[in-house]
Design a protein around this ligand. Structure first.
Ligand SMILES: [Zn+2]
Length: 508
């Protein structure tokens, strides 16, 4: 009997019990774990039947022992309350509740109001517009926190990601899009776990096409097998409850291509006949039963931060590990700064900057460095360095020392990589300064605790993680709700600066 078949039979034998328990997995303990992140964008506040669809999905999954993640729009939560749908709220509350913006498609949408913002004004604007919706979802559902954020329309903006803790949303950003991604796997950016560009590891099934069921089942089986071959991993599957009941998306009915009718003129989308909805529920149940039979674990957004725990934050690095990080950075053949993996811990360029500023800063101020040294997670710079960068020079230890002390003060004040580092009247780009930090630390470690006489700064070092952000011209923003010709180049520029914080999320 093949191992997979054995798992299938074991899973079938335990049908009806929660698949998140360890039953089937204990029996096949050597099978790498495959997690399925099943999420529902719960957003249609116009067609009342979408309330029933959300409730029915939540109840169906609860009966199957599966917890999913429902990402709720602020206006949807208020609407449920206004319609007296405590039954829907109670059914959804048995699952994980995330946040899907205040108004979703009313203009300006998130991408529209962030399109011309930098980092800091963008964060402030996001908090101003979106905190009220998060407050309402929490209030209506009686929750202290929401587990994740999802930006409408296959969009992603680093300002939103940075702002999540300010609106009381947990450190997970989950959506499906293509303009930032790392190896088709979850990644950390700005201290938030992102399940975004998942490539082959995202899948779903067309609900209203009977011919879609078998190929969708085959596809998910294939992904599970592939992930088991890779030692385990995550599959992302996303739906909208309204899809079960409408003929057209609620927002396309009202807000297409920048259209913005006043609230009094919002129209409910046309509804499907009941038999089509019934068929879709039956087909979806069959699809989910198939996935469950594969012996996977269903995980929620709230569980993901522990599954991908960032051990650098809790364990830090040892002295030999810091030296290894510095040697990689100081290598003359290095063309830039990239993330590094250090014994199962992921270290972003910003983490490297933070760790080495702390260690060399202690050296500059004559104090010892206590190891393991932890990185709390600073952000990337709020702007590019400017044109007049003066890298590639060797400067005196005294000049470098004073700059390090100033950078350390900047980090304490702003918790971000500085956009430029002054050496007297001139400045260098932070990536070139990081080359100097690495060279200074290597010299100190290799010459028995003596600082160097001179420090060579890097020259035109790239932040290599920027390559994981889509290039211009921007094609991925194709959501039909956006106003025509919306330029999102600036959003990507700001995202590129936050690529300092990009690093793979490692399963623990
Ligand atoms: Zn949505």
């Amino acid at each position: 009997m093949g191992r997979l078949r054995m798992i299938v039979l074991l899973a079938a034998a335990t049908a009806g019990m929660a698949v998140t328990n360890a039953g089937p997995l204990q029996a096949a303990e050597k099978t790498p774990r495959v997690d399925v992140f099943l999420s529902f964008d719960t957003e249609d506040y116009l067609l009342p039947a979408s309330d029933d669809a959300a409730r029915r999905l939540a109840e169906m999954l609860t009966e199957k022992g599966i917890r999913a993640t429902f990402r709720v729009v602020g206006e949807k939560a208020r609407t449920l309350q206004r319609r007296g749908r405590t039954d829907v709220i109670a059914a959804l509350r048995k699952h994980d509740i995330g946040y899907h913006t205040n108004l979703h498609s009313v203009h300006p949408t998130v991408s529209e109001y962030l399109a011309d913002c930098g980092l800091l004004d963008g964060v402030a604007e996001f908090v101003r517009r979106e905190k009220r919706g998060a407050d309402d979802v929490r209030r209506v559902f009686g929750l202290k926190t929401l587990t994740c954020y999802c930006q409408p329309g296959a969009s992603w903006a680093s300002q939103a990601v940075v702002a999540l803790d300010q609106i009381g949303v947990g450190p997970v950003c989950a959506e499906i899009g293509t303009h930032i991604g790392l190896q088709d796997k979850p990644f950390w950016a700005a201290n938030v776990l992102n399940v975004y560009e998942m490539g082959e590891y995202y899948t779903d099934m067309a609900l209203h096409d009977p011919a879609a069921l078998e190929p969708a089942k085959a596809k998910v089986s294939q992904i599970v097998e592939r992930l088991r071959g890779e030692g385990g991993g995550l599959i992302s599957i996303g739906y909208h409850p309204c899809d079960w009941v409408h003929r057209q998306f609620w927002d396309a009915t009202n807000f297409r291509h920048g259209a913005n009718p006043p609230r009094e003129q919002w129209k409910a989308p046309p509804q499907r006949p009941a038999e089509e909805t019934e068929r879709a529920f039956a087909q979806f149940a069959e699809y989910i039963d198939h996935i469950r039979s594969l012996g996977v674990q269903f995980v929620t957004a709230g569980e993901l931060p522990a599954i991908y725990a960032d051990r650098l934050r809790t364990e830090g690095v040892t002295e030999p590990e810091l030296l290894q990080l510095a040697r990689t950075l100081a290598d003359d053949r290095a063309t830039g700064v990239d993330f590094q993996i250090m014994n199962g811990r992921s270290v972003s360029p910003a983490d490297q900057f933070e760790l080495l500023t702390a260690a060399v800063g202690n050296l500059a101020e004559g104090g010892p460095t206590a190891f393991p040294l932890k990185a709390g997670g600073i952000l990337g710079p709020d702007s590019p360095p400017g044109q007049d960068v003066q890298g590639g020079r060797t400067i005196t230890w005294e000049a470098f020392r004073d700059a390090v002390v100033d950078v350390r003060d900047y980090l304490r004040a702003h918790n971000r990589v500085p956009p430029r580092v002054f050496i007297g009247a001139d400045y260098v780009a932070p990536a070139d300064f990081l080359g100097g930090l690495a060279a200074a630390w290597c010299h100190y470690a290799e010459h028995h605790s003596r600082p160097p006489e001179g420090v060579r700064l890097g020259k035109n070092r790239a932040v290599l993680t920027e390559r994981h952000v889509a290039e211009k011209p921007v094609t991925p923003f194709t959501w039909s709700i956006h106003k025509p010709n919306l330029s999102l180049a600036r959003i990507l520029d700001v995202a590129r600066l936050q690529a300092w914080t990009l690093k793979p999320a490692i399963r623990q």
